[in-house]
Unconditional design. Structure first.
Length: 562
């Protein structure tokens, strides 16, 4: 989310994600240089990787995933119809080749691989997709990512999720059916140019009905409560400290998977991870600003701008003052993003005043989405912010405003939010900001329930289209989570959704929607587009830190003799 999430995402991720997370700016950086043995790569005897994540896995129930830590884990052990390759292009996975598409571009017919199997030896069938997708949109499941089926324009998805619709809860009306055991037909309500790029997301995974129903509430709680059809099997999960994967020999493409075992440790302190990397206990780790100078210029150091943007959510339900446009614009204009990116992050991240990342998606004229507004939108500059804040205080009849900024408890997240809090207090006299640190899992719960005042959120795209960043701010979106509502914005997004057959107009409407969200409404406060800075041992080749979706992808990796 996924992310799937956001794939995806959903989302919502803080200073990891992501995004969170979620592009044409794909990272083809592989880790390290190849060892040479008579001109050829010589593989190490032990194909094992030792890696790290900054947080535990929040969930491995595919219907409940909203973050990239979970998305990465489940994406290694389960496979959907499509999977992203090294260049972030969707390629067939459980699908046996590309689908047959009807002339009106509304009906997709997939053949399921004959050699696609679950880890219990049973075949993956078209009915596994039908069951899983229906469960995702079922209101009883209460999946935060159910909306993605409506975003994909799958027939009746929106109506099934709408309490006011006669089709509410009638999952058998979803536009997906099994023509036979190995043929899946998906019907869309309108042409959807980004549909195939949605299918690697966790939301679109298959699930075996008998297994899921037997597990009940235990589904995804432990490795034994999971069934696998992807490249790896989860063999161990020590909650809070780490987990391990082993190669799934029943996976259809197992012969091309080199890494046989992966150990992931939860390490919240970057300093600890760097020390373990330097002493050979880790093969790769991300690094933050404290360690960039130590590694910069060395062959094992890499950095790449990814398709994840971070922003402040201003919860208008919890803080009535946020309903005042001048308050929002004052916050928008008071933060020095460039200094934050250069001096605090130092990893190639860029301070931004936009939501849709640059180098992510290109339009019908082969121009980047950011081409119309490369620098984003100045809803207010620092001088205007001070003036707007003074005017807002008079309008609200207040002299001060106490706010709470929720953050993850990871070091990098805390430092980032301390900087933001300092900027607000320094540039907006009378505004007092307290930092509320939360463990990752609890942070997601509070964010999802809207139980916060202000938080630093991120979004990793679920598919290769700008609408994944834009449609979550509509009034009815489950991802809104801050009570923002603008009928004009809702109308623009609805128009975008009706223009699948007119790419140019659709593109222009999306650019118009972003401008309204940021320049006019200042509904959220963009902060930065993330870059991944990481170090990887030179003997590891092909380990990828993707621009969205997974935190890491080792399905193309190998360990060379060293």
């Amino acid at each position: 989310m996924k992310r799937k999430a956001k794939w995806s995402l959903i989302l919502s991720l803080i200073l990891i994600l992501s995004l969170v997370l979620t592009a044409c700016s794909s990272s083809s950086n592989t880790s390290g240089e190849a060892s040479q043995g008579q001109g050829k790569e010589e593989l190490a005897k032990d194909q094992v990787l030792n890696l790290t994540e900054p947080q535990d896995i929040p969930s491995l129930n595919w219907t409940q995933i909203t973050d990239t830590v979970s998305s990465t884990a489940i994406g290694m052990v389960n496979s959907g119809l499509m999977r992203f390759d090294q260049n972030m292009k969707p390629k067939p996975d459980m699908a046996d080749g590309m689908p047959k598409i009807s002339k009106d571009k509304k009906v997709y017919t997939f053949k399921i691989r004959k050699d696609a199997k679950w880890s219990d030896g049973s075949p993956v069938t078209a009915n596994d997709f039908v069951f899983a997708w229906r469960k995702m949109v079922d209101p009883k499941t209460a999946s935060q990512y159910a909306f993605i089926f409506a975003s994909a324009n799958i027939k009746n998805a929106g109506k099934i999720e709408d309490k006011k619709s006669p089709l509410f809860g009638k999952t058998n009306q979803l536009g997906v059916k099994a023509l036979d055991d190995k043929t899946l037909q998906v019907t869309l309500e309108k042409p959807t140019p980004y549909f195939l790029s949605m299918l690697p997301s966790a939301s679109f995974l298959p699930a075996k009905k008998t297994f899921v129903e037997k597990q009940g509430k235990n589904l995804g709680q432990e490795p034994q409560n999971l069934l696998f059809n992807g490249p790896y099997i989860l063999t161990k999960w020590n909650h809070g400290s780490g987990w391990s994967f082993e190669k799934n020999n029943k996976y259809w493409n197992a012969k091309n998977i080199h890494i046989k075992k992966v150990n992931v440790q939860v390490i919240k302190q970057v300093s600890t991870a760097v020390n373990m990397y330097n002493t050979g206990k880790l093969d790769s780790t991300t690094v933050n600003s404290d360690f960039v100078d130590q590694f910069k210029g060395k062959p094992d150091y890499h950095t790449t701008l990814v398709a994840i943007t971070y922003f402040l959510r201003l919860n208008q339900e919890k803080v009535p003052a946020f309903k005042n446009e001048k308050v929002r614009k004052a916050i928008y204009g008071s933060i020095d993003r460039d200094t934050m990116a250069k001096d605090l992050l130092k990893n190639g991240s860029a301070g931004i005043k936009y939501l849709v990342p640059k180098n992510f998606a290109k339009g019908p004229e082969d121009k980047d989405f950011r081409s119309s507004a490369p620098s984003g939108y100045d809803a207010a500059n620092k001088q205007q912010a001070r003036k707007l804040w003074d005017e807002a205080k008079k309008e609200l009849g207040i002299k001060s405003l106490k706010l709470e900024l929720m953050t993850q408890d990871a070091d990098s997240a805390v430092k980032m939010n301390e900087y933001v809090a300092n900027q607000l207090e320094k540039n907006l006299p009378g505004m007092k900001v307290t930092i509320n640190k939360q463990p990752f899992g609890n942070f997601l719960k509070l964010e999802s329930s809207g139980n916060y005042q202000m938080e630093n959120g991120g979004w990793s795209p679920d598919y290769l289209d700008p609408i994944t960043f834009l449609d979550m701010w509509t009034t009815k979106s489950d991802m809104n989570r801050m009570n923002y509502s603008d009928p004009k914005y809702d109308k623009l997004i609805e128009e975008v959704n009706q223009l699948g057959a007119d790419p140019q107009k659709r593109w222009e409407k999306m650019q118009e929607a972003e401008k309204l969200l940021l320049d006019k409404d200042a509904a959220i406060v963009p902060l930065y587009q993330r870059a991944n800075a990481y170090v990887t041992k030179p003997y590891v080749k092909g380990l990828i830190y993707p621009p969205f979706g997974f935190d890491m992808d080792w399905t193309h990796a190998k360990v060379l003799k060293h």
